[in-house]
Design a protein around this ligand. Structure first.
Ligand SMILES: Cc1ncc(COP(=O)(O)O)c(C=O)c1O
Length: 303
C-alpha cells in the first residue's frame, strides 16, 4: 500500500512529518476547525484518479466556515488546485483519502475569527472489512448533539467529541458501532456515518432535521436509489423501536462508503444477512465513484 510523502499547509507542500499547528492556537484551544473527508478513486481500467463530489464537499466546508464566522473564504477552484497538487505529489498507486482541515491559527480570545489556515493530507485507506460481512450496532445512551447547541449539519471537529464518546461506549459494550438518538428520542446517525433502513420495500433515512451531518454520500445514495428504482427515499423521523422492524440497514459516508448493518441491539436486522437493496447500492456506488458507468451528474473531478 502506498505511503504519504508530503502534506500541504497553507498551500505549501512539505514532508508529512513536518506539519505544525501551535498548541495554543484557537484550533487546539477551542476546536475552531471545520474539516472534510474526501476521496479520489482510481479507475482500474485507465489508472486515472478522480475526486468524488468535490463541489459538494467544498460547499459544505464553505457553509461551516460561514457558521463559525471564519474571516476567510475558499473558492472551489482554489481547493481543486490544492488537492490536485497534493494528490499528484504523493504519487499514489491506489485510491486516496484526503483530509482537509481549515482552522483558526491565531493564539487569542475565543471570538477571534482569523487568521485562518489549512492543512490537506492524502493517505491510503483500506476498504473497511465490515463492508463485506456487515456490522453490529447498539443504540447509544449518549444523545446526538442538537442544532441549537453545536449544529451537527456542519462538519466541525468540535462535534466529534459527542461522536467519540458514543464510539467508545459502543466498543466497551462489544458492538462494532453505534446509533445515536436525537434529544427528542428519534434515530439520528452513527458517529461518522448516516443511517438507512429498508422496511416493506421502502428505503428510509432520518431527515435533515434529525441532527445529522448534511452528508454527501447520503445525497448520492438517495439519487442512485431513486434513479434505479423510480421510488422516492423516505426522509422522515424513525423511532428507536422501528429499527427492529427493518429488513435491511446500512451506514454510509465518504470514509465508510456503504457498510451493511446486520444487527441492532443484538437483534438481527431481517434474517441477519446482508440484503439485496444494500448489495445493489454498494455495486451502484462503486461503479459511480470509479467511473465504471458514465458520470451523468458531473460528480467526478480529474486529478
Ligand atoms: C457524523 C457524520 N455523519 C455522516 C457522515 C457522512 O458524510 P459524508 O457522506 O459527507 O462523508 C460523516 C462523515 O464523515 C460523519 O462524520
Amino acid at each position: 500500500m502506498w505511503q504519504p510523502l508530503v502534506i500541504m499547509q497553507n498551500g505549501e507542500l512539505m514532508p508529512f512529518a513536518n506539519a505544525r499547528v501551535h498548541p495554543l492556537s484557537l484550533a487546539m484551544a477551542y476546536a475552531t476547525t471545520v474539516f472534510e473527508g474526501i476521496r479520489a478513486y482510481r479507475n482500474p481500467q485507465t489508472g486515472a484518479f478522480k475526486i468524488f463530489r468535490l463541489a459538494a464537499h467544498v460547499q459544505r466546508m464553505q457553509t461551516g466556515m460561514k457558521v463559525m464566522r471564519f474571516d476567510r473564504k475558499f473558492e472551489l477552484e482554489e481547493v481543486r488546485e490544492y488537492l490536485t497538487r497534493l494528490i499528484r505529489a504523493n504519487e499514489p498507486d491506489d485510491d486516496v483519502y484526503v483530509r482537509l482541515l481549515v482552522y483558526i491559527e491565531a493564539i487569542g480570545l475565543m471570538a477571534t475569527t482569523g487568521p485562518v489556515g489549512f492543512t490537506a493530507a492524502a493517505s491510503p485507506r483500506e476498504r473497511p472489512k465490515l463492508a463485506e460481512t456487515g456490522m453490529s450496532l447498539g443504540v447509544s445512551s449518549w444523545s446526538r448533539l442538537s442544532d441549537n447547541a453545536s449544529p451537527p449539519r456542519i462538519k466541525a471537529t468540535a462535534n466529534y467529541h459527542n461522536a467519540r464518546l458514543t464510539q467508545l461506549q459502543a466498543k466497551a459494550d462489544g458492538y462494532d458501532g453505534a446509533l445515536m438518538l436525537t434529544s427528542a428520542g428519534k434515530v439520528s446517525e452513527a458517529p461518522i456515518a448516516c443511517f438507512f433502513m429498508v422496511r416493506d420495500g421502502c428505503l428510509i433515512t432520518p431527515g435533515l432535521g434529525s441532527s445529522i451531518l448534511e452528508s454527501v454520500t447520503r445525497d448520492t445514495i438517495i439519487t442512485l436509489y431513486e434513479e434505479a428504482t423510480g421510488k422516492a427515499v423516505l426522509q422522515r423521523d424513525v423511532d428507536r423501536s422501528e429499527l427492529y422492524f427493518a429488513q435491511e440497514a446500512f451506514l454510509c459516508g465518504t470514509g465508510q462508503e456503504i457498510i451493511p448493518v446486520i444487527s441492532i441491539d443484538r437483534l438481527p436486522v431481517g434474517d441477519g444477512a446482508v440484503g439485496p437493496i444494500t448489495r445493489m447500492l454498494q455495486k451502484s456506488y462503486f461503479e459511480t465513484v470509479r467511473e465504471l458507468v458514465p458520470d451523468r451528474h458531473h460528480w467526478l473531478t480529474p486529478v
